[in-house]
Design a protein around this ligand. Structure first.
Ligand code: KG4
Ligand code: ZN
Length: 340
C-alpha cells in the first residue's frame, strides 16, 4: 500500500483554499479542506475588484494553510509535495498562492507541483469515489470564467472541443443577477429565485443553438435581460419568472451542446465541473440526457464545484513536480489548449 499526502493551494480568484489529500493506491480522499471566501466583501461592490481580492488573499493564505494542516492532524514535514494553482485567474490573487507555495516548498524541501486551475476543476470528480471517470471522457467545465467542452483521452491527453465565444455561463448568471438587483455571486441567487418562477414566461434568445460547432455564446442573454428589466411594464413580481426563464435558457444551451458532443465523439462517460455544476436544474437535465444516451455521468459534490484546494491537490497527484521550485511563475492566461 502506497500512501501519498499532498497539500493543495488555490488562490485564483476570491476564494483562498487549502486542503490535505491522501492517495492510497488509486483512491484519493480528503483529509482536510479549508476554504475562506471573500465573496461577501466582493458582494458590496456587485462583483470582483481584483486589487481587493488579492488583498483578501494575503490576509487569508497563512491561516487557511495552517488550518488545513491542523485539521489534518499533520505537520508540514509529513507532506510528500505541495500542489498550487498556477493559472488562469487574477494575477494578484494567483501570486499570493504561488509565492506561498514556493516558500513552503523551499523551506520544507518538498516538491512543488503547478496545477492548471481548469484541469483542477475536473479532478474534483476523482475525489472520494470508487467509480472515478474512465477515459475517454467528455468534460463540461462551467464556471465564472469558463464554459468549455473538453475530450479527455487520458490524464495527459485532452482535446479542446469548444467553448464560449463571449461571456461564461457563470458570468452570465452573475451579470443578469446584478441587473435583477440580486447580490454577487449571482448563480445561487438566480437559482433560489427561479424555484418560485415559471421558466416558460419569458422567451429569451438561444444564440448558436442550431450551429453545428460546439461553441456557446451567452452575452446576448445579458442584453435581453437588461431590455426586459428596463421596460416600464416590468415589475418586481415578474423577477422570479425572469430568473426561471434565464436559468432554463442557460441550461438548455449547455445541455444541447453537451449532447451534440457526446454523439459526435461517441463517448460513454461525461463529467461536469466548475461553480455552475452546483446548479441542480443543470444537473437534473444532464442526468436525464445521460440516462437516455446510456452515458455515465460524474458530478462533484456541491462543495467541490466552486473553487477549493482539494481539486488542485487531486490533479496534483497526476502531475510532475518542477525540477526547480523557485522557477514557478503564476500564469493568468493559462488555457486548456489541446495537448495534440
Ligand atoms: O468555479 P467557480 O467557483 O469560480 C471560477 O473559477 O470562476 O465558479 C463561480 C461561478 C459564479 O459565476 C457563480 O455564480 C456560479 O459559479 N455558481 C452557480 C451556482 N453556484 C455557483 N451558478 C448557477 N447555479 C448555482 N447554484
Ligand atoms: Zn474556478
Amino acid at each position: 500500500m502506497k500512501k501519498q499526502l499532498l497539500l493543495g493551494i488555490e488562490t485564483s480568484c476570491d476564494e483562498t483554499g487549502s486542503a490535505v489529500l491522501a492517495k492510497v493506491d488509486n483512491r484519493i480522499g480528503i483529509v482536510s479542506n479549508i476554504v475562506a471566501s471573500s465573496s461577501s466583501v466582493q458582494a458590496k461592490y456587485g462583483g470582483i475588484i481584483p486589487e481587493q481580492a488579492a488583498r483578501e488573499q494575503i490576509k487569508s493564505i497563512i491561516p487557511v494553510i495552517e488550518e488545513a494542516l491542523k485539521e489534518a492532524r499533520i505537520e508540514a514535514k509529513d507532506l510528500d509535495a505541495i500542489a498550487v494553482t498556477q493559472g488562469p485567474g487574477l494575477i494578484g490573487s494567483l501570486l499570493v498562492g504561488t509565492e506561498a507555495a514556493k516558500t513552503l516548498s523551499w523551506v520544507l524541501n518538498k516538491p512543488l507541483i503547478p496545477v492548471n486551475h481548469l484541469l483542477g476543476h475536473f479532478y474534483a470528480n476523482w475525489i472520494a469515489t470508487n467509480t472515478p471517470p474512465q477515459f475517454p471522457c467528455l468534460g463540461l467545465l462551467v464556471s465564472g470564467g469558463h464554459s468549455d467542452l473538453v475530450l479527455f483521452k487520458s490524464h495527459f491527453e485532452y482535446q479542446y472541443l469548444g467553448g464560449t465565444r463571449d461571456d461564461a455561463a457563470g458570468e452570465c448568471f452573475d451579470k443578469c443577477a446584478r441587473l435583477l438587483g440580486l447580490p454577487y455571486p449571482g448563480g445561487p441567487e438566480i437559482s433560489k429565485l427561479a424555484k418560485k418562477g415559471n421558466s416558460k414566461t419569458f422567451k429569451l434568445p438561444r444564440p448558436m443553438l442550431e450551429s453545428k460547432d460546439l461553441d456557446f455564446s451567452f452575452s446576448g442573454l445579458k442584453t435581453a435581460v437588461s431590455l426586459i428589466v428596463k421596460d416600464p411594464s416590468f415589475s418586481e413580481d415578474k423577477k422570479a419568472d425572469l430568473a426561471a426563464s434565464l436559468e432554463a435558457t442557460i441550461v438548455d444551451l449547455l445541455v444541447r451542446k453537451t449532447v451534440l458532443a457526446i454523439k459526435e465523439h461517441k463517448v460513454e462517460q461525461l463529467m461536469v465541473a466548475g461553480g455552475v455544476a452546483a446548479n441542480q436544474v443543470l444537473i437534473a437535465e444532464l442526468k436525464a440526457q445521460s440516462e437516455k444516451l446510456n452515458v455515465a455521468l460524474h458530478v462533484p459534490p456541491v462543495n467541490l464545484c466552486t473553487d477549493n484546494g482539494a481539486m488542485i491537490a487531486a490533479r496534483g497527484f497526476f502531475e510532475k513536480p518542477l525540477k526547480d521550485s523557485l522557477s514557478l511563475e503564476a500564469n493568468p492566461s493559462l488555457s486548456l489548449a489541446s495537448t495534440d
